[in-house]
Design a protein around this ligand. Structure first.
Ligand code: PAF
Length: 287
């Protein structure tokens, strides 16, 4: 396996990308906060198959964490991450210090209004503005032709797509499927917070989504009914405390009056110290 160069400075990044582009190379970006898992590796591998140079950014972005959230304890292991990037086909890792990304406290931010306030936004009101601000910065620094994001963070993906469209950013935002453990738990860097006792309970999110999907497949077209089915599965797990169980239009994230077309079922719950999210797509017209 080839070693992957790691750069920490924006000027080094620019020099490496300029050199790649001089030869007509297409650049793919995989933005991450590190502590990578197979889901991240699948994004890197997809990008490596579609671009000449794949760069992985590894940066735990303070702007997207609110007071009292896990910014300080978010898992970090750069050496391991770099090996995983190499194994998946990355050509460069950008791992800046906070001072490099934010040399001065930013007074500019990017907000995708409306979409940033529903679902996750109700529980984490400042989160998505922190995400869109850092992703806009990464797009400006990298100028990637394509950027890869997991569907695991479905609302984030929808918001980044909308930001890129509204601001005419010349980047293709590519969404990639969620990777799951064999029992259905969506892979997440935050799964490391789960104790051995909590780990089986964490599958309740996936079970809830499947129950919601089954209700639609069996004929329910009433969002209240489907959400109640999902919420009941979550409520039956004593180790989980639910934030939401929702069914929305997959493109707009609006809650439909009657279920039709492409839908997304989304859930969020706390299991011990971990706040977990998951989602599942469903096309009613294809049932
Ligand atoms: O999904 C993540 O890991 C982060 O929200 C992202 C997109 C890297 C921005 O910090």
């Amino acid at each position: 396996m080839n070693a992957v160069p790691v750069v920490e400075r924006a000027c080094e990044l620019r020099a490496a990308l300029d050199a790649a582009r001089r030869d007509g190379g297409a650049v793919g970006l995989v933005p991450t906060m590190g502590y990578l898992h197979e889901g991240h590796q699948s994004l890197v591998a997809r990008s490596a198959g579609e671009n000449d140079l794949t760069v992985v950014s590894i940066f735990v972005n303070p702007l997207q964490f609110a007071e009292g959230e896990d910014y300080g304890t978010y898992p970090r292991d750069l050496d391991r991450d770099v090996k995983m990037c190499a194994a998946a086909g990355a050509g460069l890792v950008f791992a800046p210090l906070t001072e490099e990304m934010y040399p001065q406290t930013p007074i500019t931010s990017v907000a995708v209004n409306g979409l940033n306030a529903v679902l996750e936004g109700r529980f984490r009101p400042t989160h998505f503005d922190g995400v869109t601000t850092v992703v806009a910065k990464l797009f400006a620094m990298f100028g990637p032709g394509r950027a890869y994001f997991g569907e695991k963070d479905y609302q984030q993906l929808a918001i980044i797509r909308r930001m890129a469209a509204d601001l005419s950013m010349p980047v293709e935002v590519v969404g990639c499927p969620t990777f799951r453990e064999s029992d259905g738990l969506a892979m997440s860097s935050r799964n490391v917070y789960l104790t051995a006792e909590e780990r089986p309970a964490a599958t309740v999110l996936w079970r809830s989504l499947q129950a919601g999907r089954d209700a639609v497949v069996e004929g329910s077209r009433n969002p209240d009914e489907v959400e109640s089915v999902m919420a009941a599965v979550l409520a039956a797990e004593p180790m989980a405390s639910t934030d939401y169980a929702a069914v929305v239009d997959a493109a707009t994230l609006d809650r439909p009056d009657v279920l039709a077309g492409e839908l997304r079922l989304l859930v969020a719950a706390h299991v011990g110290k971990a706040r977990l999210i998951d989602n599942l797509g469903l096309d009613v017209d294809q049932l």
